[in-house]
Write a protein that binds this ligand. Structure first.
Ligand SMILES: NC(=O)c1ccc[n+]([C@@H]2O[C@H](COP(=O)([O-])OP(=O)(O)OC[C@H]3O[C@@H](n4cnc5c(N)ncnc54)[C@H](OP(=O)(O)O)[C@@H]3O)[C@@H](O)[C@H]2O)c1
Length: 161
């Protein structure tokens, strides 16, 4: 992990388990304040405990990224608590059963798109509408493919979904 996260405020969606939880702890170890989002409150609080155990500071905000209003509240609470948002790791996602597209129901398809794809898009627009980013920040670059530069002020968006 680079020193680029030191002093930054990072948001990790899907931080209640798996890759997101590990990333949230890594963010904290790198010196970032971490906002953890997900639907499972108990798991989210466990992640915050792990962040505190490595000396970090974290906030859990119960959020369903398929709900625009909840993503807006997430960004608002981030700014209320930490004053800014520098980096968003849009990791929240679901994996449906490994069957061909032809066999998937439209409901399943819509649900996957709504969380894995539009969940990232919602975070982007919540950031813009809430003016969450106080000033340009450096970007964390986990992979070139997962980043979307968003103009000024800048924010790094990364997605695993
Ligand atoms: N593991 C892999 O090899 C792999 C490979 C490529 C891509 N990915 C992608 O990487 C991401 C994380 O994978 P993982 O293995 O760590 O999976 P995971 O343990 O199942 O974690 C998924 C996370 O997404 C959250 N999430 C799901 N739907 C959500 C929603 N509507 N709103 C908010 N949070 C939501 C879950 O939290 P809640 O249930 O608490 O909401 C959970 O924290 C996923 O997007 C996955 O598709 C994983």
């Amino acid at each position: 992990m680079t020193t680029e996260l030191d002093g930054k405020v990072g948001l990790v969606t899907g931080g209640t388990s798996g890759i997101g939880r590990d990333a949230a702890v890594l963010f904290a170890k790198a010196g970032a304040k971490v906002v953890v989002a997900g639907r499972r409150e108990v798991k989210g609080k466990e992640t915050i405990d792990l962040i505190r155990a490595v000396g970090g500071e974290g906030l859990f905000v119960k959020t369903d990224v398929s709900q625009a209003a909840e993503v807006q509240v997430l960004v608002q609470k981030t700014v209320e608590k930490f004053g800014r948002l520098d980096v968003a790791f849009n990791n929240a996602g679901i994996e449906r059963s490994w069957i061909s597209i032809a066999e998937q129901s439209e409901e399943d398809w819509d649900r996957t798109i709504n969380i894995n794809l539009k969940g990232v898009w919602r975070a982007k627009f919540s950031r813009c509408s809430s003016r969450a980013v106080a000033e340009p920040s450096s970007t964390w670059r986990p992979s070139q493919a997962g980043l979307a530069p968003l103009g000024q002020p800048r924010i790094a968006l990364a997605s695993t979904a």
